[in-house]
Design a protein around this ligand. Structure first.
Ligand SMILES: [Zn+2]
Length: 179
């Protein structure tokens, strides 16, 4: 199918991000966590005491975000309660930011735990937040023909940064969760 061609660059970037290479070893969540000075380049939207919120570079729809704890752990049960709470607080904040910025009509929020469940990076748990619109099941086959998504990744990053500033997100609660 010809629309796959336009998605190939994204998939290549995505697969590269999952594979160790000489200049980018191992897990991209861990790499991003360790490089706060490169947050803009990595499309890290928010960095909180225990988590990162980043743009999925192989998005299901525009604004598809990933919320990952700092700890490289595969299972929910491995995470301490403060990290679990912070992940859900960030999901709520991210939903609010997306709602304000791009007005989705709905959201999917999900965890793919272990490879057989669809986890692209099973060693490092992460929560997907996917904005949804009526009829967007056709999104990949229709909009992928255009440059909409590639443009919107960078543009949307800036828009969400601005919304975050205006709404004071992520919430101050996260700062008070450190104990
Ligand atoms: Zn990791």
């Amino acid at each position: 199918m010809k629309h796959n061609n336009l998605w190939a660059p994204w998939r290549i970037e995505y697969l590269k991000s999952l594979s160790p290479s000489p200049d980018d070893q191992g897990c991209f969540f861990c790499n991003y966590w360790a490089a706060p000075d490169r947050d803009r380049e990595h499309l890290v939207l928010w960095r909180t005491p225990r988590c990162l919120v980043i743009f999925n570079r192989f998005p299901y729809t525009a604004g598809h975000l990933l919320i990952a704890p700092a700890d490289h752990l595969p299972d929910l049960a491995d995470l301490p309660d403060p990290a679990l709470l912070e992940i859900m607080r960030l999901a709520a904040d991210a939903q609010k930011a997306l709602a304000e910025t791009i007005q989705p009509q709905g959201f999917n929020l999900g965890l793919n735990i272990h490879r057989c469940a669809g986890a692209g990076l099973p060693g490092h748990l992460h929560l997907h937040l996917v904005p949804r619109w009526d009829g967007d099941t056709n999104f990949l086959t229709t909009c992928a023909h255009t440059r909409l998504i590639s443009q919107s990744l960078d543009d949307l990053y800036d828009q969400l940064k601005e919304t975050s500033r205006q709404l004071n997100l992520p919430t101050a609660l996260i700062g008070r969760m450190d104990s």
